[in-house]
Design a protein around this ligand. Structure first.
Ligand SMILES: [Zn+2]
Ligand SMILES: [Zn+2]
Length: 396
């Protein structure tokens, strides 16, 4: 249910001929390091790019990656902790042709805002809209294109209103306030992709997102159909019906059945969490789960491990701060039947240059193994600018 009418999503071209790619733009937790930036990742869907979280410095990381700034359409925020949102305003200024405005809002030649363009879309919990509006207002930032913030409201929060006394900006479109139905937010849907969200436990309101591709046509073997089509002089256009999984009855009564469509790909992208179990009903069976692993117990591998630390004490401390260990991430991946697992949001103690540094590789391999022991499969420890391609599963 929404405060204002649903915007009709534009028709999207199918993306099943290419991989969905995930590029990690930042994999640090609260403190960035020389090798890890604050949280953000980019999902490429065909030619469009959607970001999940946007920590400080995300714009710089985008420029260092193969991700194209101009293709970023939407940003999904998991929670409003600074390490996940501080980069949003500069990114918006970069993507939306922003410039400095004037205090009294007059006589600025750059105030040519194309209000007819579709707005740049931001989704996030309560506070995202007020944060963006305040930052843009007080920095006198002008954007050359409209933007909109849609908020995911928890049941205990107001269902209506912007929850800020600042007026809506001229280039801000009216956003929806999306309320939960049966514990789930239906965030976005078009003909190819749907995004849902559910709460996950952290120290502040926080969500995990699921991104699901609609069913896609199966590969078709023309040899199975063409002889029948030729024999009965059926127009070749019948092939497109078969490709879509439909059945075609030929003039001699033969019925050809196209192959059933395949399940689309699915990603589960979690924000910070010490227990993501509320998302389980919508998180089953993803091709990729992205789960934080802020703290690990690595005696003998990480030299400054405290002598009195045990796995239990590290897990307890991680959970008290709203976070997870690699073992917790691995166990959750197994619980939801994930095909693969990537860890992110690492403490600054764990270096992100494991592709070039042997010591760093030892640490990150150890973290990956802790998760893999629970998951039962190899686990990827994300590093900044790493890309994972998600293709289709082999047909079982
Ligand atoms: Zn964080
Ligand atoms: Zn957090």
């Amino acid at each position: 249910m929404s405060e204002s009418p649903e915007h009709k999503a534009p028709e999207r071209s199918p993306i099943h001929s290419s991989p969905i790619t995930v590029t990690f733009l930042g994999t640090a937790s609260a403190m960035p390091s020389s090798t890890r930036n604050h949280s953000s990742l980019a999902v490429r869907l065909g030619s469009d790019v959607w970001l999940f979280d946007c920590g400080e410095g995300t714009q710089h990381r985008v420029q260092k990656s193969g991700v194209k700034m101009g293709k970023i359409e939407k940003v999904f925020i998991t929670h409003t902790h600074g390490d996940h949102i501080f980069g949003l305003i500069p990114l918006m200024a970069g993507c939306l042709n922003g410039g400095g405005g004037t205090a009294d809002d007059v006589e600025d030649p750059r105030k040519k805002i194309n209000l007819d363009e579709p707005p740049f879309e931001i989704y996030g919990p309560l506070g995202t809209r007020a944060y963006v509006r305040s930052a843009l207002t007080y920095t006198h930032t002008l954007l050359g294109r409209p933007y909109v913030v849609h908020e995911l409201r928890f049941p205990s929060e107001p269902r209506w209103g912007d929850c800020t006394s600042l007026p809506r900006l001229r280039y801000e479109s009216r956003g929806r306030n999306i309320t939960q139905v049966d514990g789930v937010w239906d965030v976005y849907k078009d003909n190819v992709i749907s995004v849902c969200a559910a709460p996950i436990f952290h120290s502040v309101p926080c969500v995990g997102y699921t991104l699901t591709e609609a069913q896609v046509p199966s590969k078709i073997d023309p040899q199975k159909y063409i002889p029948h089509i030729k024999r009965t002089k059926t127009p070749l256009s019948a092939m497109s019906l078969l490709q879509a999984g439909e059945s075609v009855t030929l003039s001699d009564g033969t019925v050809l059945q196209g192959p059933s469509p395949r399940k689309g790909r699915k990603l589960v992208i979690l924000g910070d969490t010490y227990d993501p179990s509320p998302i389980i009903p919508i998180a089953q069976d993803p091709d990729l789960l992205i789960h934080e692993a802020t703290n690990a117990h690595l005696p003998g591998t990480v030299l400054n491990t405290r002598e009195d630390d045990t796995y239990e004490s590290v897990q307890r401390t991680a959970m008290e701060r709203g976070h997870s260990t690699p073992q917790m991430a691995g166990a959750f991946a197994k619980r939801i039947g994930a095909l693969s697992l990537a860890l992110n949001h690492f403490s600054a103690r764990y270096p992100g240059d494991d592709d070039v540094d042997e010591e760093a590789k030892t640490v990150m391999d150890a973290i990956g193994n802790l998760a893999a022991n629970e998951f039962g499969k190899p686990v990827t420890c994300a590093r900044d600018l790493m890309t994972i391609d998600i293709g289709f599963r082999a047909i079982e």
